[in-house]
Design a protein around this ligand. Structure first.
Ligand code: SAM
Length: 244
């Protein structure tokens, strides 16, 4: 079984769509809402921007973006799970001032136009990618971004401190599947979130892949490394790296 196969990942999220938000909230110790706000705040979002939300899920990041895109703005939201996108369509109705285009596609082989986005965000969508897939994703982010376009990414991660690490992994791999089954979900699906997180580790290899693509990068820890992320910019030739 290839856990990084797109069909496998799609089925996993289709099955979890009904309870995803609650499980996500619990699996981040209730931090996910705050982390979404914090990772979106790493970049300068302005009214009227075109924002591409990769691995958008059910549009969980949009409430953090929407006030800053007012009075208007465009969201291009992409995900491969129809179940998750069903939730995204409902969520879109809450933001009448935004033009929201929802696309069911694999982010690694998407049809988004070159240099079409002022900003790319990705909330908790990295862990289901292998190392090789992360390199492809980094190239896609570079391709989609306009010159001087910015990006911010966050993912639940394995904290570095020994005690915290043991506690967090126990929680992810044992407690969350239990909660999942209490919610009448498939405990195996919830267990997989812990497996993906353990294999993912943290966002460093994604940062390297993005830097390899020539993007400026800045690394971030959220709550003692329980989540990590990267923000940065696609530098116009000759522009000074603002993170130097
Ligand atoms: C953990 S959810 C994150 C959802 C949302 N961004 C959030 O902040 O909660 C990960 C999402 O990534 C999507 N996904 C995983 N691999 C993908 C791929 N190759 N292309 C597009 N979406 C993908 C899944 O369907 C799922 O909806």
């Amino acid at each position: 079984m290839d856990i990084y196969n797109a069909d496998y990942v799609e089925k996993l999220f289709d099955e979890m769509a009904g309870t995803y938000e609650l499980v996500n909230y619990l699996s981040s110790f209730g931090f996910s809402h705050r982390w979404r706000r914090q990772f979106v705040n790493k970049i300068d979002i302005q009214a009227g921007m075109v924002i591409c939300d990769l691995m958008c899920g059910m549009g969980e990041c949009w409430s953090s973006l929407a006030p800053r895109l007012a009075p208007h703005g465009q969201l291009v939201a992409l995900d491969l799970s129809q179940g998750m996108l069903h939730g995204a369509r409902k969520q879109a109705a809450k933001f009448p001032h935004l033009t929201i285009q929802i696309i069911k596609e694999n982010a690694l082989i998407n049809g988004l136009a070159d240099e079409s986005a002022d900003c790319v965000i990705c909330g908790f969508g990295l862990k289901t990618f292998s190392e090789e897939q992360k390199e492809i994703l980094a190239a896609q982010i570079r391709r989609i971004l306009k010159p001087n376009g910015v990006f911010s990414i966050i993912e639940v991660s394995v904290p570095t401190g020994w005690f915290f690490q043991k506690l967090y992994m126990f929680y992810l791999k044992r407690v969350i599947p239990l909660i999942g089954s209490l919610l009448l979900g498939n405990p195996e699906n919830y267990r997989m979130l812990g497996v993906y997180t353990e294999k993912f580790g943290d966002s460093r290899s994604m940062m390297q892949a993005l830097a390899y693509q020539g993007l400026s990068v800045e690394y971030h820890h959220y709550f003692y490394g329980c989540a990590t992320g990267i923000s940065g910019m696609k530098l116009e030739l000759g522009k000074i790296n603002p993170f130097d």
